[in-house]
Design a protein around this ligand. Structure first.
Ligand SMILES: O=C(O)c1ccccc1NCC(=O)[C@H](O)[C@H](O)COP(=O)(O)O
Length: 233
């Protein structure tokens, strides 16, 4: 199975810190929001604050708790406050460390693709190592681990990744459609994840940009769906 144009591309908005931004993301029709539980991030929220924000979510919008090299105890304590959460491991965690910290909960594993194309990255090997992950989140390898608004070279993704992928890193309303068109056919299902591209400043989202981002994803899905129908005629 690949991410055929009939499938809706799922949308995650990451790095929310304010109630009005959670409401804007929900209102725009996103599928998930990311809450950064990494103390060094400018978008950091405490587990208690993440729980407050997650409480605003209606059913079927998933809170995703983002960790960087956190201990299993830290992860468990946050999950106790937000039992419906999915997890995102965005640091240097090994497959065993992810499994131990997740303790059976669904998780995303960030694959940090080097910006310098002379540095190799074996995504197929990574996918095999992290086969317990529900999806691989593709991001640029940046200082500070993520949320830098930098896009990696999408042509580095192999043609056939038999994994569920989340494309992230430097997405904006202007380039997300191109990303969907290029990566959708290479994976099982595709979601997109954005932080900087819908912000007014770090941790402060812009409701208008969120709307534009969601509209661009929907337009790409509709366009790809219609071109597929043309092929079938
Ligand atoms: O947002 C952060 O500050 C952050 C810090 C450390 C690890 C990950 C972080 N964010 C990850 C994300 O927001 C997204 O998953 C992804 O990196 C997209 O970010 P952006 O390029 O800013 O759209």
């Amino acid at each position: 199975m690949t991410h055929t144009p009939g499938l809706r591309t799922r949308i995650k908005i990451c790095g929310l810190t304010r109630e009005q931004d959670v409401d804007a993301a929900v209102q725009a029709g996103t599928d998930a929001i990311g809450l950064v539980l990494y103390a060094k991030s400018p978008r950091h929220v405490s587990a208690a604050r993440a729980a407050e924000l997650a409480r605003r979510l209606p059913p079927f919008v998933t809170p995703v708790l983002l960790f960087v090299n956190a201990s299993p105890d830290e992860v468990r304590a946050a999950c106790d406050l937000i039992p419906a959460a999915m997890l995102q491991f965005h640091g240097d965690e090994t497959p065993d460390e992810c499994a131990r910290a997740a303790a059976g909960r669904p998780f995303l594993r960030a694959a940090r693709i080097p910006l310098d194309s002379s540095q190799s990255f074996d995504l197929l090997r990574f996918a095999s190592d992290f086969s317990a992950a529900q999806a691989l989140l593709l991001d640029a390898h940046v200082e500070g681990y993520g949320g830098a608004g930098k896009a990696f070279d999408w042509s580095r993704i192999p043609i056939n990744v038999s994994a569920h992928l989340v494309l992230s890193g430097g997405l904006t309303p202007a380039n997300v459609g191109d990303g969907i068109a290029r990566l959708g056919p290479r994976c099982r299902t595709l979601a997109v994840d954005v932080s900087s591209g819908v912000e007014a400043s770090k941790g402060i989202k812009d409701a208008g940009k969120i709307e534009q981002f969601v509209a661009a994803v929907r337009a790409a899905d509709a366009y790809l769906g219609s071109t597929r129908h043309e092929h079938l005629l």
